[in-house]
Write a protein that binds this ligand. Sequence first.
Ligand code: F6R
Length: 607
Amino acid sequence: MCGIVGYVGGRKATPILLEGLHRLEYRGYDSAGIAVPHRSRLKVTKAAVRVGELRDLVGDGLPATSGIAHTRWATHGEPTDVNAHPQQDTSKRIAVVHNGILENADELRARLTADGVTFASDTDTEAIAHLVAAALDGAETLEQAVRTALQDVEGAYGIVVMDATRPGELVVARNGSPIVLGVGDGEMFVASDVAALVRYTQSVVYLDDGELATLTADDYRTSTLQARSTAKSPTTVDVDDTDFQLDGYDNFMHKEMHEQPDAIRRALLGRLDERFATARLGGINLDARALRAVRSVKFLGCGSAYYAGQIGANLVEELARLPADAEPASEFRYRNPVIDGDTLYVAVSQSGETADTLAAVRELQRKGGQVIGVVNVVGSAIARECGHGVLLHSGPEVSVASTKAVTSMSFSFALLALLLGRVRDLSVANGTRIVQGLATLPDLISDVLATEDEIAKVADRFRDARGMFFIGRVRCWPAAREGAQKLKEISYVHAEAYQASELKHGPLALIDETMPSVVLVPDDELLAKNIGTIEQIKARGGPVIAVTNAELPHGLVDAEIRVPHATRELDPILLTIPLQLFAYHLALRLGRDIDKPRNLAKSVTVE
Ligand code: F6R
């Protein structure tokens, strides 16, 4: 998704803005641009290029000490030089960078065109520049003009506006697209993601929807769109610049997969109660009585967060014996769902900014549903709007393909299921078994990571496959879905996940010697059934890669990826790890851009 950076202070702005854009590259983009004041005008450089090339175009930069910059992920209008941001009004006095999508863009364009404005680009953003420029007439401040302009704007935006005649000031506004201010000493920053700021400051202010801010080198002032002051103090972010560096790894996905044991240990800290064989989730404002009153649980998330939610639903059903399910938040928000007051809704998101999940939270809250957030990014919209929930503590996740955050999600759901179970019928003995299983999971994940070379060899053997099946049964079915998701998103090899028992109802027709199946075979009560599935595939000539901690009959499968024994309810969490490594090494062998897969963005803040 698009990225925003802005700076006003005493230092040369261009290097800070370009470095900020570089830190946001991981979010995915197709063009980039920058505007800095120069001789009473704004000098705009923008093109459908990577940030490195923009750096070449800008050169050493001008002495300006303020400016705005952007990486664009095309929505309105193709990814061209002219459509790149910043966008300007006709007189070139105003420059705007914008994340989000305006819903009344066509209407605004028609109205402004009728008023004599000629549009230079196909973007919705350009309309904002024209509106602000028009509103400057009669406005005493840029803030006032932006406020007036935004009255005509419908839809999602995070914007930063600059006026050539006020180079020491930036005006920022947020509605549905994240904006964070960075407070420095005699300098102020603004960005769509803390990744662009933490090199310079850890002191941040998150804007809320419907909020606006004016930044000068020494000060910031926040208010609502209706001009009511919202006086906000800065908070400290617990990430720093090293979290966004590769630390010797070739890419962030590799680094983040290897961070999983530590990420889980952090998610575990203080949350296991061995004495009472339960979990402590201090962020959830529900006492034992309220937890007992819950009649069902529903997990809502998108993509991999949704698959983690499916793992969570299975765990809740198994450990707490409560009806539970998961649904893509993107579907839930549009289908006028029946909201049940006794259901605990769990909104799950790494970024905490996914537009569909946020919309589901709002729909739930509007209808009186009880919703908690399970989120990685502190201060994100979903975390703030849910008010209570569980923080994942995975640390920043940069690679588009989610790994450590997804593992922490499933892990946190196991804690939630344990907690819900122990206020119901989960015995002390079984609670203790799960507590011990959770405590040993980080070490088991390290053991799987240590077998990376073996997994890489298997990936190498199957690098020419035109497509693959990922097969799982019951509790491992969501893990199979996550495995297929990882493979398709980073390798572009078609991958489809199926429940083991569903194969014979159709997809078996696709099995032949060119279609490998990755089959999850935990050593559990369904082992014999899974062996039966493998035999069905083998009988049709299909190659089988088993991911297993069971002893399989000799010669049954073509390749085995061994995992250690975990507590059986937690197998799906552990079995996800080799699938990440498998997808990673296959994609590597196919020469893919691991951290920035084509057409994808890290956090999907538009519909
Ligand atoms: C897959 C992936 C996506 C995200 C999804 C939700 O690797 O990264 O499927 O899981 O876009 O994102 P968050 O968790 O930020 O809401």
